[in-house]
Design a protein around this ligand. Structure first.
Ligand SMILES: *[C@@H]1O[C@H](CO)[C@@H](O)[C@H](O)[C@H]1NC(C)=O
Ligand SMILES: *[C@@H]1O[C@H](CO)[C@@H](O)[C@H](O)[C@H]1NC(C)=O
Ligand SMILES: *[C@@H]1O[C@H](CO)[C@@H](O)[C@H](O)[C@H]1NC(C)=O
Ligand SMILES: *[C@@H]1O[C@H](CO)[C@@H](O)[C@H](O)[C@H]1NC(C)=O
Ligand SMILES: *[C@@H]1O[C@H](CO)[C@@H](O)[C@H](O)[C@H]1NC(C)=O
Length: 953
């Protein structure tokens, strides 16, 4: 076909038109026809200026290929025609051509010493224009790839600039638009570039098996770092900056470091991830082999870019960054530790070192840590804080020493974490390097807090826990060097005394009821890891803790049982220990109290610990009596409790609350006080419950035997200051007995009063009997009470007497009436005792009459004096305590266990005598001292019942 007959100017304009319309085939024909005019460079300029940037690369790559090869061919199917220009004059056409202002083929970035050829310039400029006007950079590989072999520059540019951008935006993280043109991207410095390219890395939901972190490092960073030109440029501009930024020693690695400065940003990025997104850091190390591991896609054929030195240098730096990452992971979880373990194995693989067992296995093996050299030094703790990537950092130096330390720290942290105590590798590192006793102590107590509630049945678990704790102390050092100072370890608990750790373990074993295991290790085992003294202390304090934590007082359950079990387990060790003895008694008394209902104020039920810390434990017995109706009948139980409290060391505590052991005498004395108090309490309790008979029986049997004078009655040595008298030891005073006796004496019978269960034939007037009993109680009170209270007691006594008199008179009158009726025969059994009694009653009345008014008028002072002599006299005591004495009041002969007052038949019969004795005790006693005042008959101090002044037939 004949060429289109147009002028060169029109051919150019036509080419522009076709380019603008993107009619490539026709343009191709036109070029073929006017190859002289439309020479290669002109066509490239026209294309660059007028071919729309939206046109797919595929459509004009063949045209470009033709241009490059110079073999453009006409396609008959697409003939060029010029009817659009037919009307135009040649002049006009030439004018238009001049005004075309076609773009020049000059690439601004081409290095001066090696200007790129126009075709390469075209490609680059075209790519930039496409990017700037459409952002369709996905078109660029198609445009550039066919021509890469033309130019090393083009290839470098393709790999280091286009490839990362295309991958970032279209392949790896599609959907995320990077609002950055190619030229802007090219201007980024290392840091900004790394951050941009890795901005999405590790942030998306992990798709299965994509290994995207490694892919990004390999496929984005690797290519971007490729490119001599970048390095050259960088060197030119930033040489001075480099030295400032990366503090590097002036050594061989300087050159490499400078060349590889971009990579330092990548390493920094990895270590930064460790702190903020640890999984990304772990994946980076796992999935990426380092700078040598780059993916240039299909563009990198035959590219050699890192020389041997650089390669080695970068590998060491990468290993350091990986170790640093392990230290920098701040997440506190088993998962993160497993991640660190993966990092460690990875470094070991990369460095071609001996493999380590898995973390779980290592924690089970607890192998000794060796070969640490002098890395374990306090000054190295500095390296845990900053400059992790510095060549000076001994902890991240990529060699065996640092890997061993890291592994030891990892296993230590893992052991802690397993128990629930959270820790980072860095923290573990501080513990090991600083060896600060206080910090380690805190760590130990946190560990123990977490361990404390372990499985109750699993001894293997506890053996393992112990081994682990001991390993944390020593890092297995004792296995390495025999005779080494075993008390001082090197591990994260190394500064703590081994004793302390063993003590904690023992406590925990006991808390978890692992008694036989504890015994086998600490008592019968061959090692005996604890000195005896420490062992005893620990056992006792564990027993106490168990006790104090108990909620139930029953010794077959809970804490009290635990306490008891601990004591019995270590019986051999505790032999002769005062504490053990006291604790046994404590358990006993606690158990006894547990049998009763006992609630403290605010409805809070009794807890054993309240007994142990109570300021006045014996008062608790009072509460029990209050809250348990009729419990006073079990008086012996309560006396035992009181005395056990003394034996348990609960009374006589020092201010600080520590029990100081009492000596034998003191104990006896305290037990006696306890007994008095308890008996008094029981008396009070029975009175509150209207059980006068029991109260009476306790007063006359129990109190009589044990009661002592009240405090106020101790004679005051008037001439103390002379110093002639030896110091009289302070006597134990009894402020309870007299009160109880008085209380009983004051009791008035009511309808609610419990009736004697057994009166037998004591058909006597119950009122009289009651009054007699009251007077008997009062007589006791009188003997014991402090002087200030005597008038009050005497008043009560006197009122009783008056009442008695009235009753006796009534009775006598009644009986006289009976007698008058001559109804003697009607009396059952023909009681001879009745008249006898009457006589006696009459006699008693007479006795009363003998000293009536003066008693009332008794002044306090004279009463006190009277009482002193009364104490000496103590008629009752002698009669009451002698079982052979027939005149002993009936209740005195009761069995101690009896809870009821069973009044024997004879009691009633002998009332008369008793009443007279009473008289003797109270009035007669008084009389002997102050008889002159009372005008009373002198008392014949008779202990013989037959010789009682009144009532004898
Ligand atoms: C994991 O990848 C496979 C194949 O690529 C795919 O079939 C599967 O659905 C993916 N599973 C998940 C959970 O993404
Ligand atoms: C590891 O590196 C540190 C510091 O560079 C050095 O002190 C230590 O001796 C090295 N250890 C080994 C086994 O080379
Ligand atoms: C105290 O008792 C509770 C439950 O009875 C138990 O969980 C806890 O571990 C005990 N504490 C000590 C220190 O024994
Ligand atoms: C103590 O507990 C046991 C069962 O654990 C029970 O049989 C016993 O009666 C309880 N003793 C007291 C005093 O509560
Ligand atoms: C009561 O008195 C009589 C005679 O004095 C004596 O035989 C008897 O043993 C006394 N009974 C009691 C219980 O003291």
């Amino acid at each position: 076909m004949a060429g289109l007959d147009v002028s060169p100017a029109k051919a150019i304009l036509l080419a522009v038109q076709l380019a603008t319309k993107a009619d490539i085939p026709t343009l191709q024909s036109l070029i073929a026809q006017h190859s002289k005019t439309l020479h290669r460079e002109l066509v490239l300029r026209i294309l660059l200026s007028h071919l729309p940037e939206t046109v797919e690369s595929l459509k004009y790559v063949s045209l470009l290929e033709d241009l490059v090869s110079g073999g453009t061919t006409e396609d008959s199917k697409y003939p060029a025609n010029n009817h659009t220009l037919a009307e135009m004059s040649e002049i006009e056409a030439q004018k238009k051509v001049r005004k075309l202002h076609l773009l020049h083929l000059k690439w601004p970035y081409a290095p001066e010493d090696d200007p790129a050829d126009p075709f390469v310039c075209f490609l680059v400029l075209r790519a930039l224009r496409i990017d700037e006007s459409t952002g369709l950079i996905a078109q660029l590989p198609g445009l550039l790839e066919p021509f890469l072999h033309h130019s090393m520059y083009l290839r470098t540019w393709m790999i280091s600039t286009i490839l990362p951008l295309v991958r970032l935006n279209y392949e790896y993280h599609p959907g995320i638009v990077t609002l950055l043109t190619i030229s802007e991207f090219e201007l980024l410095d290392d840091k900004a570039g790394v951050n941009l390219l890795l901005s999405r890395t590790g942030k998306e939901e992990t798709k299965n098996e994509t290994k995207s972190v490694g892919r990004d490092l390999r496929g984005l960073i690797g290519p971007w770092m490729y490119g001599d030109s970048r390095w050259k440029r960088r060197k030119l501009h930033r040489n001075s900056e480099i030295r400032k930024q990366v503090a590097m020693p002036m050594n061989d690695s300087l050159f490499a470091n400078e060349r590889c400065v971009g990579w330092e940003e990548v390493f920094q990025w990895v270590t930064k991830q460790a702190a903020t997104s640890w999984k990304t850091a772990v994946e980076a190390v796992e999935q990426w082999d380092g700078p040598g591991d780059s993916d240039f896609g299909s563009y990198g054929d035959g590219v050699i870019w890192l020389d041997e030195n650089d390669q080695q240098h970068l590998e060491r730096r990468y290993a350091r960054a990986a170790i640093a990452s392990a230290y920098l992971i701040s997440e506190e979880s088993i998962e993160a530790l497993n991640g660190i373990d993966r990092i460690l194995s990875r470094i070991i693989t990369l460095m071609d070192q001996d493999r380590t067992p898995t973390l779980q296995a290592a924690a089970a093996l607890l192998s000794p840590v060796f070969g640490l050299g002098d890395v374990l030094s306090e000054k190295n703790a500095l390296h845990l804080r900053n400059d992790f990537l510095s060549d000076q950092n001994i902890l991240t130096a990529p060699n065996e020493t640092s890997l061993r330390l890291l592994h030891a720290l990892l296993v230590s942290t893992y052991i802690c974490m397993k128990t629930g105590h959270k820790l980072t590798i860095r923290r573990a590192g501080e513990l090991a390097l600083l060896q600060n006793e206080q910090e380690q102590g805190i760590t130990l107590s946190r560990l123990m807090m977490n361990i404390v509630n372990g499985p109750k049945e699993d001894d293997k678990y506890w053996i393992r826990v112990r081994n682990e704790l001991l390993w944390l102390h020593s890092w297995g050092a004792e296995e390495l060097s025999e005779g080494a100072d075993a008390t001082k370890g090197r591990g994260i608990l190394g500064k703590l005394r081994q004793d302390l750790i063993e003590t904690e373990i023992l406590k925990t074993l006991l808390k978890n009821t692992r008694y036989s295991l504890a015994k086998s290790i600490y008592e019968t085992g061959p090692d005996r890891p604890l000195p005896r003294k420490v062992l005893v202390e620990t056992i006792i304090s564990s027993a106490m803790n168990a006790y104090d934590n108990a909620t139930n007082a029953n010794k077959t359950r809970g804490g009290v049982k635990q306490c008891l079990d601990i004591l019995t387990t270590f019986h051999d060790t505790l032999k002769e220990s005062v504490d053990q003895d006291q604790l046994f008694h404590l358990v006993d008394v606690t158990h006894s109290i547990g049998r009763y209902r006992l609630v403290f104020k605010q409805g809070e039920p009794f807890k054993p610990v309240s007994l142990r810390v109570h300021g006045d434990p014996i008062s608790i017995i009072g509460k029990v009596l209050e809250q348990n109706p009729k419990s006073y009948a079990k008086i012996n139980d309560f006396i035992d409790m009181g005395q056990n409290m003394v034996k348990a060391g609960l009374v006589a505590r020092s201010v600080s609350g520590h029990t100081k052991p009492l000596d034998v005498d003191q104990t006896r004395e305290q037990e006696s006080i306890a007994e008095k108090r308890v008996v008094s309490m029981c008396i009070d309790a029975s009175l509150v419950e209207d059980d006068f008979e029991t109260a009476y029986s306790y007063v006359t049997t129990r109190l009589r035997k044990i009661a002592g004078p009240a405090q106020a009655r101790t004679p005051e040595p008037t001439d103390n200051e002379s110093g002639l008298f030896a110091k009289v030891p302070a006597q134990a005073m009894d402020d309870w007995s007299w009160r109880a006796a008085l209380q009983a004496g004051k009791y008035r019978r009511t309808a609610y009063t419990t009736r004697p269960t057994h009166l037998g034939n004591a058909s006597g007037n119950p009122e009289i009997r009651h009054l007699e009993q009251r007077m008997e109680c009062l007589a006791q009170a009188l003997r014991l009470a402090p002087k200030a209270t005597l008038p009050e007691i005497i008043n009560v006594f006197r009122r009783c007497e008056e009442e008695l008199e009235t009753h006796v008179k009534q009775e006598t009158e009644q009986e006289a009436a009976w007698d008058a009726q001559g109804d003697d025969q009607a009396m059952p059994g023909g009681f001879a005792a009745t008249p006898m009694k009457n006589n006696a009653a009459a006699g008693a009345s007479r006795a009363v009459e003998e000293a009536p008014l003066s008693l009332l008028d008794l002044s306090v002072a004279s009463a006190a004096r009277a009482q002193r002599s009364l104490a000496a006299l103590s008629v009752f005591r002698s009669t009451g305590s002698d079982p052979s004495n027939h005149n002993a009041p009936p209740a005195a002969r009761e069995s101690n266990d009896s809870s009821r007052v069973a009044t024997p038949d004879s009691a009633a019969r002998n009332t008369t005598r008793k009443r007279d004795q009473l008289k003797n005790a109270a009035v007669g006693g008084l009389a002997s001292g102050i008889g002159w005042l009372l005008n009373a008959p002198p008392v014949r101090n008779n202990e013989d019942g037959e010789d009682v002044p009144h009532g004898s037939p």
